[in-house]
Design a protein around this ligand. Structure first.
Ligand SMILES: [Zn+2]
Length: 508
């Protein structure tokens, strides 16, 4: 049997005049390949390891958001004394809105204008997130798909411009107070300008004391509140932030609340927050992700202080008391757990060292953001299934509650273990047992004040008839959909290449 002569399919004859010639096909193939190579390049991390003055900072943030417009936007939370915007670049699969159930995270840098490393690392982080998302990096896609991330590279842009007049020649150690840009242009130290909430809280009548969302005292508004501080206070209150980091310089250590010594006169003594053990665990996430912070001898001691041999972390007040710092404010006035990352002995190092600082901190910055997905989370709903805002979530044994956000959603970072958790609202309570596994994503622990669950008219009635559940860790549905889109994108790309190649082969 002889071979059947190859005959072109009728569709080819019909479409013949429209199909490309061999020469054209080669050009199309080259064009497609060039496009593919270019987009792979676009996926590479393009970071300019330099210092960014205010105009450069504005430009690089806007350029980054523009090239990742589907997951990013730039907004300003207010202006500095000299009228510079306090820019924030946001990353989310739905930028601009709070998605019910999705936690909010923030980084703030350069609160002290002469502490320049954090400012730059946050610019690089934004570029990294954008580039890696475009490259299809599964880890970054999952993070952005499940988290709303806000990055403010500079809370003190005026101070930075002053410090930058001297640049890396600025005094390099933590003794460079006052001048050279530490303060804002109104000569205010922004990390001493928040209301000192610990003494306010401790002085309240114990029986009436609320252990979260403590009211800012009236007298605070009669003090000199910097526009930068006020903007950040309003921003902190406007979003349900869950976890945050503030980037500083002058030492290499993570410093966790409380910074305030409260009512004590001692200048250096441990000031324990109700979530002290959790703060230490979260601090360890950053330290462990850092290339040097917890590794004894890896960093030259800054001003004789060497925290690297002491686990790379310290309680704020044990190091030195700070009254009016941002992290204590976040903890006592909002739901947000915040800590301070001191990134370098040298507050304003030479530009040539910036890439090394980025490499030292990159993994720590990422894993700390991912820690927002630990503990428990869920919704508090009423009998009609509607989310209950401002319900209180209390954990037995921890004297610090959180409140639900506007959709009834909440996040409570917790240590691994089994926790008795109570949701209360308008005199009604429901208690559940929620298990948190080490290394697992946040356990879903929902509460529903429906007719079928036990209702309590007052706290006194709670004992006894409580239904207890142990909830197993569960991934949100969002995770699944984000990984699907990742795969479908890759599939489409390969499909396009295959089709073009077939046309070329066919027409030649
Ligand atoms: Zn600082």
């Amino acid at each position: 049997m002889g071979k059947q002569p190859f005959s072109k399919p009728p569709t080819h004859e019909f479409l013949g005049p429209f199909l490309p010639t061999k020469e054209k096909s080669c050009w199309i193939l080259l064009f497609v390949l060039a496009f593919e190579v270019n987009s792979i390049r676009g996926g590479d991390v393009k970071i300019d390891f330099s210092y960014h003055h205010y105009p450069d900072l504005s430009r690089v943030l806007n350029d980054t958001a523009a090239s990742c417009h589907e997951i990013s936007r730039v907004y300003s939370v207010g202006k500095s004394v000299e009228g510079r915007d306090l820019w924030v670049i946001e990353f989310s699969d739905n930028p601009g809105v709070h998605e019910p159930g999705e936690p909010e995270f923030r980084y703030v840098g350069n609160m002290h204008g002469n502490e320049a490393v954090g400012r730059e690392l946050l610019v690089y982080l934004a570029q990294y997130l954008c580039s890696r998302y475009q490259a299809g990096d599964a880890r970054i896609r999952q993070l952005i798909g499940q988290t709303r991330i806000h990055i403010m590279p500079s809370m003190n842009p005026d101070g930075f411009e002053l410090a930058a007049t001297l640049g890396p020649d600025s005094p390099r150690t933590s003794t460079s107070w006052g001048s050279y840009g530490r303060l804002n242009a109104g000569r205010i130290d922004l990390n001493r300008n928040f209301p000192d909430m610990l003494p306010v809280w401790l002085l309240q009548e114990k029986s009436q004391r609320r252990n979260h969302h403590v009211d800012i005292p009236e007298w605070y508004w009669d003090t000199q509140v910097a526009p930068e501080t006020l903007s950040v206070i309003l921003w902190s209150l406007s979003q349900p932030f869950v976890l945050a980091g503030s980037l500083h310089g002058g030492s290499v250590v993570v410093s966790y609340p409380f910074d305030s010594c409260g009512l004590r006169k001692v200048m250096r003594s441990y000031s324990e927050a109700p979530d002290d053990a959790l703060f230490r665990k979260l601090a360890k996430v950053y330290v462990d992700g850092h290339r040097k912070m917890g590794k004894c001898g890896q960093v030259e001691p800054c001003n004789k202080r060497n925290f690297t041999c002491k686990g790379g972390m310290t309680n704020g007040a044990e190091w030195y008391c700070v009254s009016g710092g941002m992290q204590d404010f976040s903890y006592l006035v909002t739901n947000c757990l915040e800590m301070t990352f001191e990134l370098s002995c040298d507050k304003y190092p030479d530009e040539s060292e910036l890439q090394t600082y980025w490499e030292d901190n990159k993994e720590a910055l990422l894993s700390y953001m991912e820690a927002v997905h630990t503990g428990i989370k869920g919704f508090v709903r009423d009998g009609a299934g509607k989310g209950v805002p401002n319900a209180t979530i209390s954990v037995e044994g921890v004297d610090h509650d959180v409140a639900t956000a506007s959709d009834g959603d909440y996040w409570r970072l917790l240590l691994p273990g089994t926790h008795r958790v109570t949701a209360s609202w308008e005199g009604f309570e429901q208690t559940r047992t929620c298990a948190v596994k080490d290394g697992s994503p946040a356990t879903v622990c929902d509460f529903s004040f429906s007719a079928t669950t036990t209702w309590f008219a007052s706290k006194d009635d709670v004992t006894g008839a409580i239904t207890e559940f142990t909830i197993t860790p569960a991934q949100s549905g969002k995770h699944a959909s984000s990984s699907f889109s990742l795969h479908s994108n890759s599939f489409l790309r390969y499909y396009q290449i295959l089709v073009i190649t077939l046309i070329v082969v066919w027409s030649s």
